[in-house]
Design a protein around this ligand. Structure first.
Ligand code: NCD
Length: 329
């Protein structure tokens, strides 16, 4: 055999370095991991990402990094925004987002083994799974960071970060705001996560839902313990004229054991242009999306409809998070 000529001159390749920012190497499982300092850091980075995307579209900050996206439940925004975030930072992805039916999960592989496989290829894993605690379990097995993209009705921490960022960017502040959460407060994981994050701030909270979809006692007790001004009601009319933020959510059909019960509550609320006429001039309507009838299309042209801007913020927040946990921010 002829002498092997080296492929790489390692003296000229930059060494892989990581910054220590308090988030490097961290799993993102719950919003409980974020204090106001970490929030401020992520938001500042997200603004930089926004500016960078607007000016040049992308960079090579995460060149050489691979993210595995493992989705056991349907997703449009969360999966696409993680993918876009990674691509805009010069990294790449392993997409297992078209349902795990095309992966070995359909052969009966456990979550623990799937995650321990993916970490052989990837520097971080994003996981969406129907069971509460699944992201924590995956993180216990994985040595690379695991980011929870929704664990059943449990948490959705990256969504809550982008929701809070949206409130801050749209209204200029969080302190002092009156925030109304509407819809499926029992099963909506985005509601659990955002509610807990808001407890760091001096806000008042209104929870609007039909009786069977009230906020779980566990979350409500955390609200009460935080000394937050909070009230529950069944009627949007009670909150519409005063709210700074209407956070509207979908009734989570997939969490109902009894579909007849779902049918009873699915059309409980609809935010319409007529209703918006009663709202403040400076306020916003948010929704984690998808919507299935909770916000009429006739609200979309209203400048207070923030839900598509909220979608874009998801990419900036996930860019900031990925750069941080991978030690490049
Ligand atoms: C939410 C989710 O999956 O929890 N969607 C999202 O991630 N943007 C909300 C929902 O499905 O209703």
């Amino acid at each position: 055999m002829t002498e092997l000529k080296p492929l790489f001159n390692f003296d000229q390749l930059p060494a892989k370095t990581t910054n220590s920012n308090g988030l490097t190497g961290m799993d993102v499982i719950s919003v409980d991991q974020f204090d106001p300092d970490k929030l401020a850091y992520i938001f500042a980075r997200a603004r930089e990402m926004r500016e960078m995307v607007r000016r040049v579209g992308g960079t090579d900050l995460l060149k050489g990094y691979v993210l595995a996206c493992l989705f056991y439940e349907p997703s449009t925004r969360t999966s696409s925004s993680f993918i876009a975030a990674m691509e805009r930072l010069g990294g790449s992805i392993i997409p297992i987002t078209q349902g795990v039916k095309f992966s070995s999960v359909s052969k009966g592989e456990t979550l623990a083994d799937t995650v321990r496989t993916l970490e052989q290829y990837a520097d971080a894993v994003v996981l969406r799974h129907p069971e509460i605690g699944s992201a924590k379990l995956a993180a216990d097995y994985a040595s690379v960071p695991v980011l929870n993209a929704g664990d059943g009705p449990g948490e959705h921490p990256t969504q809550a970060l982008l929701d809070l960022f949206t409130i801050r960017e749209e209204l200029g502040q969080i302190e002092g705001l009156k925030i109304a959460m509407i819809g499926d407060l029992k099963n909506g994981r985005t509601v659990q996560s955002l509610t807990k994050l808001l407890l760091h701030f001096d806000v008042s909270l209104r929870f609007v839902s039909p009786e069977i979809l009230r906020l779980p006692l566990k979350t409500m007790n955390q609200v009460i313990d935080a000394g937050i001004d909070a009230r529950e009601t069944h009627d949007v009319a009670d909150v519409i004229d005063n709210a700074d933020v209407l956070y509207v959510t979908r009734v989570q059909k997939e969490r109902f054991a009894d579909l007849a019960q779902y049918e009873q509550v699915k059309d409980y609320y609809e935010i319409t242009a007529d209703l918006m006429a009663k709202a403040k001039e400076k306020m916003i309507v948010m929704h984690p999306l998808p919507r299935v009838g909770e916000i009429h299309y006739n609200v979309d042209a209203d400048p207070r409809a923030a839900y598509f801007r909220q979608v874009q913020n998801g990419m900036f927040i996930r860019m900031a998070l990925l750069a941080a946990v991978l030690g490049q921010a």
